[in-house]
Write a protein that binds this ligand. Structure first.
Ligand code: LMR
Length: 395
C-alpha cells in the first residue's frame, strides 16, 4: 500500500537549513530558521545549561521512564516565570512536559478538538507549522488578519475576528515576539484583546515560544497574563527551545487553565492519554537541565544574564536595520526597530527573495520573514546593500 503515497515537499523553513549549509560562499548569510546567533554567527549552548548538564551527568542515577507528563519538577519550576506571583491562578493551572513547543501546540490543538473545537482562528500570517498541525488534526482554520500593510498591528481586525468566533472555535494567539512578523502589541492593545476574549465563547490557545527574547521575562508575559486574568479557561503552549537555547533537545510544556480547580484532573487525564498515544513521554534531558537551572539561584542568574545579552544584541540589530530605512525605502525597515524577538517580515516578492539567495547568498523564508539574529555588525551593511540591489533602490 505504500506506493499510494504521493510525494510531499520538504518543510520550506527546515529545507533552508540544508540549502544554506550546501552553499560554499564564505560570506553567505542565514536569516532562515529561528535560532539565536551571536555577533559572530554562533548558536552556543548557554553557560547555565552547560553547568546544569554537567551536574546531571554527575548525579543522574537512572533513566527509567517517568510517565506521559514528563518531568513535573521542570513543569512546576517554570510556572512562576510564566504565570507570575500566583503561578496556579488559585489552583486552576496545571501542566505537563511536551517535546518542544511544537509538541505543546499539537497537544493543545488535539485536546481542544477532543473537547469539541472544530475551528481555530490563527494569525494571517502565523508560524507556518500552526496550520500544518491544525490541518493534520482535521481542524478547520480561519485567518485573523492581525498585521497591517505597514508592518504594524491591526488591532481592529483581531477584535473583529474574536467577536465572530463561536463556541466551537479556538483562537490561537502568540504570547509575545510574534512569529513571523515581530509585531508586539502594546499593553493597552493586549487589554483590549483580553476583554474581547472574555466576552467570547471561544477557547484561547496561547503560544509562548520566545518568552524573554522580547523586552524581558515579565514584560513578555504581560499579554498572556492579561488574557488569563480575563477568561475562564485557556491552553498555554510553552517552549524552552529558544530562551534556554535547547532547540534540538525539544523542551516544552503545555499548561491548562480550568474554570474550576476540580476540572484539572480530567483535563490532565485527557492530555496524558493523547500524549501517550502520540509520543508516550517527552525526551528528558533538556527539561531536567532547565529544572536544575531554575532550582539553583546562581545558575538562574547566569541564565538571566545570558538572555539579557541576547535581547540587547537583537535590539541593536533592529536599530541598525531601522537606521537603514532611507537607504532602502518602502521595506518598512523603520518598523523593524519597534518589533521584538527573532523575526521581521520584509515585503519582498518571490523573485527578490530568490535573487537574494542566488546572487547574494542570503537565505530567508519564502514569506519574506528574516531572522534578525542572523545579522551581525559585519554582515548588516552587505545585507542592506543586497536589499537595495534587488529592490532597485540602488538606482
Ligand atoms: C521558526 O519558526 O523558525 C522556529 O520556530 C523553528 C521551527 O520549528 O520552525
Amino acid at each position: 500500500m505504500l506506493e499510494q503515497l504521493q510525494p510531499q515537499p520538504a518543510d520550506a523553513l527546515l529545507a533552508l537549513i540544508k540549502l544554506h549549509d550546501a552553499d560554499a560562499r564564505a560570506d553567505k548569510i542565514d536569516l532562515g530558521v529561528g535560532v539565536y546567533r551571536t555577533n559572530s554567527g554562533a548558536t552556543p549552548v548557554f553557560a547555565a545549561i552547560k553547568a546544569a548538564e554537567q551536574r546531571l551527568v554527575d548525579s543522574q542515577d537512572s533513566k527509567a521512564y517517568l510517565g506521559p507528563e514528563g518531568d513535573m519538577g521542570f513543569v512546576e519550576a517554570l510556572m512562576p516565570w510564566i504565570f507570575g506571583a500566583d503561578p496556579t491562578m488559585g489552583g486552576r493551572i496545571q501542566g505537563m512536559q511536551t517535546p518542544g513547543g511544537t509538541g505543546a501546540v499539537r497537544l493543545a490543538a488535539a485536546l481542544a478538538a477532543r473537547a469539541g473545537a472544530r475551528r481555530v482562528h490563527l494569525g494571517l500570517p502565523s508560524w507556518p507549522n500552526h496550520k500544518q498541525i491544525l490541518d493534520d488534526l482535521g481542524l478547520e482554520t480561519a485567518g485573523l488578519a492581525h498585521a497591517a500593510a505597514d508592518g504594524t498591528a491591526d488591532i481592529d481586525a483581531v477584535l473583529g475576528a474574536i467577536a465572530g468566533a463561536g463556541p466551537q472555535d479556538a483562537v490561537l494567539v502568540h504570547g509575545c515576539c510574534h512569529n513571523p512578523t515581530g509585531i508586539e502589541y502594546t499593553p493597552e492593545q493586549w487589554d483590549r484583546i483580553a476583554e474581547a476574549l472574555a466576552g467570547s465563547p471561544a477557547l484561547p490557545i496561547l503560544d509562548l515560544a520566545y518568552h524573554g527574547l522580547g523586552r524581558g521575562m515579565e514584560e513578555d508575559a504581560y499579554g498572556m497574563r492579561a488574557i488569563l486574568a480575563a477568561v475562564p479557561q485557556a491552553l498555554i503552549a510553552y517552549s524552552c527551545d529558544k530562551n534556554f537555547g535547547l532547540y534540538r533537545d525539544r523542551v516544552g510544556a503545555l499548561y491548562f487553565m480550568a474554570s474550576e480547580r476540580g476540572q484539572l484532573d480530567t483535563i490532565a487525564s485527557n492530555a496524558n492519554a493523547l500524549a501517550r498515544a502520540a509520543w508516550s513521554m517527552p525526551p528528558d534531558h533538556g527539561a531536567a537541565a532547565v529544572r536544575l537551572v531554575l532550582r539553583d539561584p546562581a545558575l538562574t542568574e547566569t541564565w538571566q544574564s545570558e538572555l539579557t545579552d541576547m535581547r540587547a544584541r537583537m535590539r541593536r540589530v533592529r536599530e541598525r536595520l531601522a537606521a537603514a530605512d532611507n537607504t532602502v525605502p518602502g521595506l518598512g525597515l523603520a518598523a523593524i526597530g519597534e518589533g521584538t524577538g527573532l523575526f521581521a517580515m520584509l515585503p519582498l516578492d518571490k523573485g527578490q527573495i530568490e535573487a537574494l539567495r542566488t546572487d547574494h547568498g542570503i537565505y530567508m523564508a519564502g514569506s519574506g520573514r528574516i531572522n534578525v539574529a542572523g545579522l551581525t555588525e559585519a554582515n548588516t551593511p552587505r545585507f542592506v546593500a543586497a536589499l537595495a540591489v534587488v529592490t532597485g533602490a540602488d538606482g
